[in-house]
Design a binder for this molecule. Sequence first.
Ligand code: PMP
Ligand code: GLN
Length: 407
Amino acid sequence: MDNRPRHSQRVASFGQSIFTEMSALAVTHGAINLSQGFPDFAGPAHVKQAAIAAISADHNQYAPSPGLPILREAAAATYQATYGLPVSPAEVTITCGATEALFATLLALIDPGDEVILFEPAYDSYGPNTIIAGGVPRYVRLEPPAAQGSADSSTLPTDWTFDPDALRAAFNPRTRAIVVNTPHNPTGKVFTRPELELIAALCLEHDVIAVADEVYDRMVFTGQHIPIATLPNMWERTVTINSTGKTFSMTGWKIGYTLAPPALTDAIRRAHQWATFAIATPFQHAMAAALTDALESTYYAELHRFYAERRALLVDILQAHGFGVVPPAGTYFIMADIRPWQPASDVEFCRYLTTEIGVAAIPPSAFYEQPATAPLMARFCFAKELATLQTAAQRLALLAPHPAGSS
Ligand code: PMP
Ligand code: GLN
């Protein structure tokens, strides 16, 4: 009998992703799925048509490992036109979604024992990616704002904030990288220029690389998205990551990309070639067409209007049903305060909401190193048809008034 474990030490601490778990629970219980972040509506017809055309034209063999030149040109042109970043197609690498971009970047940059600073709550793949690379995650907490309408809302911050001294203290000689996710999943925070300037100053002082996860850059409702790579002297030390899955509402295509100066791009491509080698060719053609068209059309303005309407509706729905909500500055997520129901944990509350009320949400403790220290909140996704959100509203009406009875 062989009693060796069937997994390596490297993966021993990894459980199932919270997105997989909650989406499966939603399906089992027929719940409206506002948990995992993905649109329940069709992506743009012209982009689907471009993929069909690429398949029909037999663009079906391996793409070049760094990505199709036309897609790398379109991604570079997008950052140049939108943010004035003079990036060349040679500095773009096409990856299997932002997920592989993050993975390849951290594998390419981190040596065993290197530290990676993560803002907590942290998108769930950052910690495991760092650990797989042999690194050590080091967390700096974002503290929640006071929920609108709560008694103490006049004195507490109106946005998620971090303690600058805690950030300064996290930088040390072992720090190799910091992940800057703005707009931030799950909080919806859009990092301000002064915050980014502090991060940049610390990166420069300590020779640290910024890994900028900007997949929600087109979904900003208050404030402004500022790529940290555009700050003085930061391009040389930043890997910028984006995903066409968010921007063109087709998360299943998994077309993401990195923008980075030549030395960092070389490192990323070394990891990328042994992870996936190359990404689905016809979908690269289609996303090249999508990005090029979007720069010449009203696509981004329409996408923004579309999401602004849904954000306003879901904020209203949640507030009307007793949740404390501060409208998110960006992303397609809303973090709602569930303390009024005094649940034992956010996991218990989200499971109850999914199985008994029929609305699935994500318990944000999954984004914390120590889940017990997470604030009592639930994350809801509004990348949904208006009718989906209306049905969720009808179901939330079944949620018993909380003990305080203030809703
Ligand atoms: N980063 C963040 C912050 C995300 O929210 C997501 C997915 N929702 C990803 C990365 C992964 O993106 P992709 O689906 O393109 O792999
Ligand atoms: N990023 C998506 C979310 O935050 C989920 C992506 C995934 O399931 N891996 O909901």
